[in-house]
Design a protein around this ligand. Structure first.
Ligand SMILES: *[C@@H]1O[C@H](CO)[C@@H](O)[C@H](O)[C@H]1NC(C)=O
Ligand SMILES: *[C@@H]1O[C@H](CO)[C@@H](O)[C@H](O)[C@H]1NC(C)=O
Length: 618
């Protein structure tokens, strides 16, 4: 069994060189008199993520810097790709998909070079571009072909056997194409073989997958090639497979022989699949040829052995065996098909992961390019002096940014400080408010208390007034007693006077009655005693008067003091009470003394009266 696998990578660089040659050739075809626009005669091929130049040159050279220059794609709306007017780029008009990806070589405009630089090529960039100078009504078209760059070599698999034509069915599949490719089956001489329709599937990444099936019949040479190509981008990938003659021989021979065929086929498919799998895993892009030893001679030997056996068997036995072997074959083919599908799934998985990796790589590349873009743009757009100026400007802007940032920071800090202050103030205000309410409460309670004390004072005042009244009453009583005392004194004085007169009368009587001397003498003594006694007593009354007066004064003083001090203190109250008690006691005592005196005086006057009466009787 023989299998070979090869592919041809497009020689884009080589073709590019050819294109440049063609371009220069066309440049040399200078049209005398009027200048015109020239560009490449062949499409520009760009891979996904490339930066490319769409050439456009005024020939003979003419300064185009002052002209209005338009790069458009007539199939788009808006059609503008890049517009140069009055010495600057007109951004507003351009199609969104080209934003930030196009530029002219400004320094080369003066030489009539109005080539367009297109960065980070997308698949959707493919199309026909028009380089146009409206003022001179000159135009030129450039075709851009974008390719994915992730094209896979066709995968050739043995799908099964065609009973009707006794042929072998092959399948070819290739992924990652853009634009849509064509698929061809070729024989060893390079003749195109007619096959079933090509199935084309477009994935979500806009890339095409093509597949096709071919039934191979027995030929002299069964070197079959599957070729997938994209003519515009000059991309070609192909894979070759050798289907051995044995396949077809066995097919047409006895069914028993098909056992061997099936085994061979299975082995072959397994080998192919393993090989393909291995190749994918190693990501082998360059063509490699692998050869196996001509064949498995052992297999052939076994086949001949089976044939020999067949000759020995009878027809019945042969029929039985045929039935059995058929069953075995169907089971085995099913098993093989299962294995194949499993293998295919595996391969697909590997392919998809590879593509993922590639797209990731592309993205990375794009990112890198994007990062590099601004600096490259700067270098392209400005001369060194302009660049320096721009850089200076950028520097200044940076500084400005920094200063504004610092200012912002300080302002933020300030505002933060202020906020903190405000918070503090708020806290203080709250504290003050709470204090206020507390104060109010205190005041209310104080008000209540003062009300209480006022009431107390009132009652105390009333008590005092009562005490005063009482004291007044007492004083009035004292006055009365005093008056009575006075009266009794007056009486006594009268009695004394009477006694004096009686005494004198007695003396005269005694002088007249000189006879009874002893009797008169004892009487004399008796009388004299009583008289001295009576005369002695009225002396106390003066003192008593004084005492009463001083007592009264003291009392009055005390009273005024009491009335002066309406303090609410407990001590004062107590004092007042004690004072009151003392006063009352004093008054009662005074009263008693007075009464006792009055009674004494009255007794004395009575005895004096009796004495006088006795004397008168004698
Ligand atoms: C125009 O300028 C670009 C950038 O310098 C250059 O790559 C391109 O070859 C020039 N085209 C012609 C026709 O000189
Ligand atoms: C078929 O291909 C094999 C391997 O590529 C080669 O050795 C053989 O000569 C080819 N046969 C024909 C008839 O081209």
């Amino acid at each position: 069994m023989m299998l070979s696998h090869s592919n041809r990578k497009p020689l884009i660089s080589c073709l590019g060189a050819i294109r440049v040659l063609v371009f220069h050739l066309s440049l040399t075809q200078v049209c005398r008199g009027q200048s015109h626009l020239i560009g490449p005669s062949q499409p520009i091929v760009a891979e996904l993520g490339d930066d490319i130049i769409l050439p456009c040159q005024l020939n003979p050279a003419e300064d185009a810097a002052g002209m209005t220059l338009e790069w458009t794609r007539p199939d788009l709306n808006p059609r503008f790709v890049h517009v140069w007017r009055s010495g600057q780029v007109l951004d507003g008009k351009t199609h969104k998909s080209f934003e930030g990806r196009t530029s002219l070589f400004i320094n080369e405009l003066k030489d009539g070079n109005i080539s367009l630089k297109l960065s980070n090529v997308k698949l959707s960039d493919h199309g026909t571009y028009r380089c146009f100078i409206p003022a001179q009504d000159k135009q030129m078209f450039v075709e851009l072909v974008t390719v994915s760059g992730a094209v896979s070599s066709p995968l050739l698999t043995l799908v099964g056997l065609d009973q009707a034509t006794s042929g072998v069915v092959l399948q070819c599949e290739s992924k990652g194409w853009y634009p849509e490719p064509e698929l061809l089956w070729l024989d060893a001489e390079g003749k195109i073989l007619s096959a079933g329709p090509t199935e084309t599937v477009r994935g979500p990444d806009d890339l095409y997958t093509v597949s096709s099936r071919l039934t191979v019949e027995k030929r002299h040479s069964n070197n079959i090639t599957c070729r997938v190509q994209q003519k515009k981008s000059n991309q070609i990938r192909e894979t070759q497979i050798h289907v051995p003659d044995d396949f077809f021989n066995i097919q047409s021979s006895f069914c028993a022989v098909t056992v061997g065929l099936t085994v061979t086929l299975a082995v072959c498919i397994l080998f192919i699949s393993l090989l393909v799998f291995f190749m994918w895993k190693k990501n082998m892009m360059k063509p490699k040829r692998r050869q196996w030893d001509e064949s498995d001679k052992g297999e052939k030997q076994s086949l001949t052995k089976i044939k020999n056996k067949d000759q020995v068997f009878t027809e019945e036995e042969r029929e039985k065996e045929q039935l059995m072997t058929r069953e075995k074959i169907t089971v085995k083919t099913k098993h093989i098909q299962q294995k194949q599908t499993e293998l295919q799934q595996l391969q697909e998985k590997i392919q998809s992961t590879q593509q993922n990796l590639q797209t990731l790589n592309e993205k990375l590349e794009n990112k890198k390019k994007e990062l590099e873009k601004p600096t490259s743009l700067l270098s392209n757009w400005f001369s060194s002096s302009q660049k320096a100026e721009a850089e200076r400007e950028v520097e200044m802007l940076k500084k400005e940014l920094e200063t504004t940032e610092t200012e912002l920071k300080t302002k933020i800090n300030e505002s933060e400080d202020k906020q903190a202050e405000i918070q503090q103030l708020e806290v203080e205000i709250q504290r003050m408010e709470t204090n206020n309410t507390e104060m109010k409460n205190v005041q209310q309670s104080a008000d209540k208390r003062s009300e209480c004390t006022q009431n107390q004072l009132k009652t105390e005042n009333e008590e005092l007034i009562q005490i005063k009244r009482h004291v007044n009453q007492l004083m009035a009583e004292v006055q009365k007693l005093n008056e009575e005392k006075q009266r009794s004194e007056d009486q006594r004085q009268q009695l004394e006077k009477e006694l004096e007169t009686k005494k004198q009368e007695l003396v005269t009587q005694l002088q007249a009655n000189a006879g009874d001397k002893n009797g008169s003498e004892t009487l004399k003594q008796l009388r004299g005693n009583t008289i001295t006694k009576v005369l002695k007593q009225p002396k106390d009354t003066e003192e008593d008067k004084k005492e009463a007066k001083t007592l009264k004064e003291v009392l009055e003083k005390m009273l005024t003091e009491l009335l002066k001090q309406p303090q609410d203190t407990e001590e004062d109250k107590k004092e007042a009470k004690t004072l009151k008690e003392v006063l009352e006691k004093m008054l009662t005592e005074f009263k008693k003394q007075l009464w006792a005196e009055v009674l004494k005086r009255m007794n004395e006057t009575e005895t004096l009266k009796n004495l006088l009466e006795n004397m008168n009787e004698e």
